[in-house]
Design a binder for this molecule. Structure first.
Ligand SMILES: [Zn+2]
Length: 216
């Protein structure tokens, strides 16, 4: 969940403001500077059986994708007009272990899913930047993907994900007639580039550091 702190006025004690601000991108569709509007807020908090703990929840939705976003409010102290708002789902962020350039492309691919042409190009640029970072600098993206298989960085099956991302971007670049990219195409390319990022950078970053020549 993402946490936002807000201060409400004494005249309006509800923690749920009409528009959620300070959210960089929609956690559902990824659009930048989303308009996230309040749809429903209960007049009283839910109370947990047993503990008696009170919990305020409200439902918002993104004006762009119309998908639901839950918000939980926690009052920081009794009588205080200051609340912490927790947004669920958490807005997407790229893997911290990605090289800067790949991270920048991946962010743009995610934030433009509603504009498939732009997103498809960014997903391919992300795959390209990741492979270059791993030392596969010569030639085209096609060659880099093939070399990644030869060097054992990815499997043959994974190279098919990479080639699909590459071909989708090529069809945008060459304005292939009869094929208008859809949001689903962009989501698929984004998914494949993110999975490659996970395998090439994120999972290896979770391994304990090798000491004294290797782990036992
Ligand atoms: Zn949205």
């Amino acid at each position: 969940m993402t946490r936002i702190q807000i201060r409400t006025s004494d005249n309006n004690p509800s923690p749920f403001i009409k528009q959620l601000v300070d959210i960089e991108c929609c956690p559902r569709c990824g659009i930048n500077n989303p308009h996230i509007s309040l749809r429903y807020s209960p007049s009283k908090p839910a109370t947990a059986h047993g503990t008696g703990e009170q919990s305020w929840w409200a439902f918002y939705s993104c004006e762009s994708c119309a998908k639901p976003i839950n918000v939980k409010a926690v009052q920081l102290q009794k009588g205080s007009p200051i609340w912490d708002l927790f947004v669920d789902p958490k807005p997407w962020t790229p893997f911290a272990s990605l090289p800067c350039e790949a991270k920048r492309y991946m962010k743009q691919a995610r934030n433009t899913l509603s504009s498939p042409d732009a997103s498809l190009l960014m997903s391919a640029s992300c795959v390209d930047a990741m492979l270059k970072h791993l030392g596969l600098e010569k030639g085209s993206l096609y060659k880099r993907i093939e070399e990644a298989v030869q060097e054992g960085l990815i499997t043959n099956e994974m190279s098919r994900w990479g080639h699909l991302v590459r071909l989708e971007a090529n069809s945008v670049r060459h304005a292939d007639k009869g094929k208008e990219p859809t949001i689903e195409d962009a989501e698929q390319s984004f998914l494949f580039s993110e999975k490659l990022a996970e395998i090439l950078f994120h999972i290896p970053s979770l391994l304990p550091e090798e000491k004294n020549g290797g782990t036992k």
